[in-house]
Ligand binder design. Structure first.
Ligand code: 3HC
Length: 311
């Protein structure tokens, strides 16, 4: 059966088809998807914290309402993605436990502090912008539930990116202090946003297999390049600058040459030693403990329902 299964799987992948939960799949395919999809889900959930920091401090009711809507969307993205990972056999408890115990990764970008209101703009424009560049190709990931989750998530991300851009545009056209605040936020989030795409291709252990299985459609560096090409134009509209004086387009290689990224810092951050890792996990652990009564009540209710059905 495994030989037939593998032949069917290989044929589906070769035909650029989609794998559904009930289809046979190699254990390593299942494992790498649980790894990526669960860490993607963790990123969405932890990603709520930096922005939530500004919900009570938003400069107007309108901004507060928009930010609340965005943070709630991120929670929903996390739930879609945990559900997609559950179709592969992972359980919610295992995934949440791995996150809380510091065993699972989540996007490096959320381990940086949000120091001013302008950071909410920089996160929307740069972080959600990078997320879109990374997630649009994932809509065509060979694992169908993951691709389907991405379609809905990408639609909501475009609202996230637009509201962030609009915050920065408002500040950049405001008082000199507001413009300086917006520029400072862009200066702090530019390099970490470029590193969101992952290590350089020659230091990316998962890419080769992930691309062979049509999970990853473009390499880390390709998507980083695409993203730089987008923000170079958008930053002009903002009237701000990217903190990268060396940034230029090489006509020969058709590549954007950006400044060296700090991969030592990146490795520290993904190993849990970033500026905010400890507080992000502590907040997540406390929220999980505070929510225990809800899970217990739901489980008890389900048990009683089962008893009723069994009568
Ligand atoms: N943050 C944390 N860890 C990262 C990372 C990052 N930015 N980039 C890479 N890594 C990790 C990888 O997970 C891998 O470690 P692991 O094997 O223990 O999982 C290691 O570094 C080597 O990286 P690879 O390039 O070999 O790994 P991948 O092939 O998995 O590529 C990736 C990394 C591009 C992030 C890929 O996993 C991916 O596309 N994931 C889904 C996208 C995602 O997670 N996006 C989160 C963005 S934040 C977000 O969406 C919220 C937004 O709404 C604001």
């Amino acid at each position: 059966a495994d030989d037939e299964g593998r032949a069917a799987f290989d044929a589906l992948i070769a035909a650029d088809g989609r794998i559904e939960p009930r289809d046979w799949m190699p254990e390593d395919y299942r494992k790498t998807l649980i790894r990526q999809v669960s860490q993607h889900a963790h990123s969405e959930i932890i990603g709520m914290q930096p922005e939530a920091n500004w919900i009570t401090r938003a400069p107007s009711l309108k901004r507060k309402a928009i930010l609340m809507a965005k943070v709630q969307d991120e929670a929903g993205h996390g739930l879609y993605l945990y559900s997609a990972a559950e179709t592969l056999g992972a359980t919610r408890d295992e995934m949440v436990e791995a996150l809380i115990e510091g065993k699972a990764k989540y996007s490096s970008i959320f381990n940086y502090p949000t120091r001013s209101w302008a950071d909410v703009g920089a996160i929307g424009w740069l972080v959600d912008g990078a997320a879109i560049a990374n997630q649009v190709p994932l809509c065509r990931a060979s694992y169908a539930p993951y691709g389907r989750a991405m379609v809905r998530i990408c639609k909501e991300e475009s609202f996230h990116q637009r509201q962030g851009f609009e915050i920065l545009l408002t500040l950049a056209n405001g008082t000199p202090e507001q413009k300086a605040m917006a520029q400072d936020a862009v200066n702090r989030f530019y390099a970490p946003a470029l590193m969101m795409f992952g290590p350089p291709d020659d230091a990316s252990p998962n890419s080769k297999q992930s691309m062979a299985w049509h999970i990853k459609r473009f390499s880390n560096d390709d998507l980083r390049q695409r993203f730089v090409g987008m923000i170079v134009e958008q930053v002009k509209v903002l009237g701000l600058t990217l903190p990268d004086p060396e940034l230029r387009y090489d006509e020969e290689t058709k590549q954007w040459i950006h400044k060296e990224l700090d991969w030592v810092e990146f490795m520290d951050v993904i190993k849990g030693k970033g500026p905010c890792n400890a507080q992000r996990l502590e907040r997540r652990r406390v929220a999980h403990e505070d929510g225990a009564w809800v899970r217990e009540a739901a489980a008890e209710y389900a048990r009683k329902q089962q008893l009723k059905l069994a009568e």
